[in-house]
Design a protein. Structure first.
Lengths: 99, 172
């Protein structure tokens, strides 16, 4: 398998994530799509790291995973507390800051 | 390209990843989407094994499938368990979002096609060696000690913040 197969796969995965974030309106689905995009970036990191013969790319994937865990914890806490106040997780209905 | 067992398994994993990612975006039921995401994460872990990143494949399964996905399922339980939610998607949003995404895909594919660093990744004769030792050396012995510590503090702060945000309101 040459590198570009992995990169094309990563690009497809990233695009699917972007479609989900742009089209779906359910906050939790948007979260899952962000995870898809992070995974796509990770896959590209690992593939290029393997191509260059170094381990630094894998290390960055490790950091991305830690940040993703932090992001999910904070994000779900925010979603749960928004749901407690507004009884909805539709991101179009949470627009108080719009003025 | 000859069609070996390796390429067959690679295409299997790739198909599994892409199909379940599409399911995450398209299915109506959030719990089904979460389980489709699990299949995607396993597929990516399999691709890591293909790229000889054994440590990352294990971490992917433990952190993503064991941690993040369970957290997302908890979020599903605490928000949409009580009421059936049908969220309407507007046609304009669908077309605009699809158009932007397709343009992005074209851009990415153009960049990939114009970057000349390809070599064959699975058959270049290198030994299948564990990467754990190399990653450990990089984190604790070489230039990545500070980012590692910063990330661990960030994770701690984020978890404390999450607990603070989602606790019950205390009136004083």
């Amino acid at each position: 398998m040459a590198l570009q197969y992995y990169l094309i796969l990563s690009a497809l995965l990233f695009t699917i994530g972007v479609i989900g974030v742009l089209v779906r309106r359910n906050a939790i689905i948007i979260f899952m799509c962000i995870e898809l995009m992070l995974n796509a970036a990770n896959l590209a990191f690992v593939a290029i790291s393997r191509n260059l013969g170094t381990a630094e790319g894998q290390l960055f994937v490790f950091f991305v995973m830690a940040v993703a865990a932090a992001e999910v914890a904070i994000g779900l806490a925010i979603i749960v507390s928004v749901f407690k106040h507004r009884e909805t997780i539709n991101v179009d209905e949470v627009n108080s800051l719009k003025g | 390209m000859e069609f070996t067992l390796k390429t067959f398994i690679f295409y299997g994993f790739a198909l599994m990843t892409i199909a379940s990612a599409l399911a995450v975006v398209t299915v109506r039921n959030i719990v089904h989407a979460a389980f489709a995401l699990m299949v995607t994460l396993f597929g990516v872990a399999g691709l890591y094994v293909f790229l000889q990143a054994d440590f990352l494949a294990a971490t992917q399964v433990i952190v993503y499938v064991g941690g993040i996905l369970v957290l997302i399922l908890f979020g599903v339980m605490m928000t949409s368990g009580r009421l059936e939610m049908r969220i309407h998607i507007e046609r304009g949003q669908l077309l605009l979002g699809g158009g932007i995404s397709l343009a992005l895909l074209m851009l990415l594919l153009t960049v990939i096609a114009n970057t000349p660093i390809w070599k064959n990744l699975t058959d270049d004769g290198t030994q299948l060696a564990p990467t754990t030792e190399r990653i450990g050396q990089l984190i604790l012995n070489e230039k990545f000690l500070l980012p590692f510590e910063v990330v661990s503090v960030l994770l701690l702060v984020a978890l404390i913040g999450a607990a603070l945000i989602s606790r019950k309101e205390v009136r004083d």
